[in-house]
Design a protein around this ligand. Structure first.
Ligand SMILES: *Cc1c(COP(=O)(O)O)cnc(C)c1O
Length: 225
């Protein structure tokens, strides 16, 4: 094995020891070569995250022998790529606006699919980031509830840069609370057990707040140690 391969395996082993067993480790392999994905796979990872459709298509074509990978789409999804995302991914974490949800719903109905999704939320004021604010999500809720072909499993969030640990923890906790509130508001029509939150910088805080999926790129593939 090359040094970098050993390093990927060692980092994964170290991270796994920190993760409670109910937390799914998603290796975010965007911009990483397929060799690195194979190394992570060899170390036991089966969940991989990508954020660009075209890049994912190319890589997946080279990884067809690894047929038990679960693929997670994490990036901002353009409407005209929604169909390709449903073709290629088991999960879409980044459903961040009503027209995308409605398009996915129509496509899913036509395909008799019920794709697993997270709604991407942002519980702080940041116009430069994607995702629903609390006010927008509340406003869109009746329309979202009509999207009956969607299998909405939980919430996803990405924290802005520059928060303190305490602020980060609070935003993660608020995201978990919001999932509970939405279950109540929708009177059980939505069950939202999945909390996709925590990246290399902040996954320990996210787990403390109840994350069930962490999305780690640099702490697995390098660039952060
Ligand atoms: C890149 C990315 C990650 C991984 O970030 P790291 O800081 O490298 O762990 C997680 N989630 C999303 C949505 C990303 O785009």
């Amino acid at each position: 094995m090359t040094d970098s391969a050993t390093a990927i395996g060692e980092r994964i082993t170290r991270i796994r020891q920190e993760l409670p067993s109910h937390v799914t480790l998603i290796a975010v392999s965007k911009s990483m070569p397929v060799e690195d994905i194979r190394q992570a796979y060899a170390a036991g990872v089966r969940d991989f995250g990508e954020s660009r459709i075209q890049e994912a298509i190319t890589k997946q074509a080279n990884l067809q022998d690894l047929s038990d990978i679960t693929w997670h789409f994490l990036g901002h999804l353009q409407g005209n790529k929604a169909n390709a995302a449903l073709d290629r991914f088991d999960w879409i974490h980044s459903v961040d606006r009503l027209d995308l949800a409605q398009r996915l719903d129509r496509l899913a109905a036509a395909r008799s699919q019920s794709p697993a999704l997270c709604l991407q939320v942002k519980l702080w004021d940041d116009p430069s980031k994607f995702g629903w604010s609390l006010a927008d999500l509340t406003a869109d809720l009746p329309e979202l509830l009509r999207c009956q072909s969607l299998n909405i499993r939980g919430l996803m969030t990405i924290l802005p840069m520059g928060l303190t640990e305490q602020q980060s923890l609070e935003v993660f906790q608020q995201t978990k609370e919001l999932a509970g509130q939405l279950e109540q508001q929708t009177q059980g029509a939505w069950q939202l057990p999945i909390l996709s939150m925590g990246m290399s910088n902040d996954y320990r805080l996210a787990i403390q707040a109840g994350a069930t999926m962490v999305r780690l790129g640099r702490s697995i593939f390098g660039d952060l140690n």
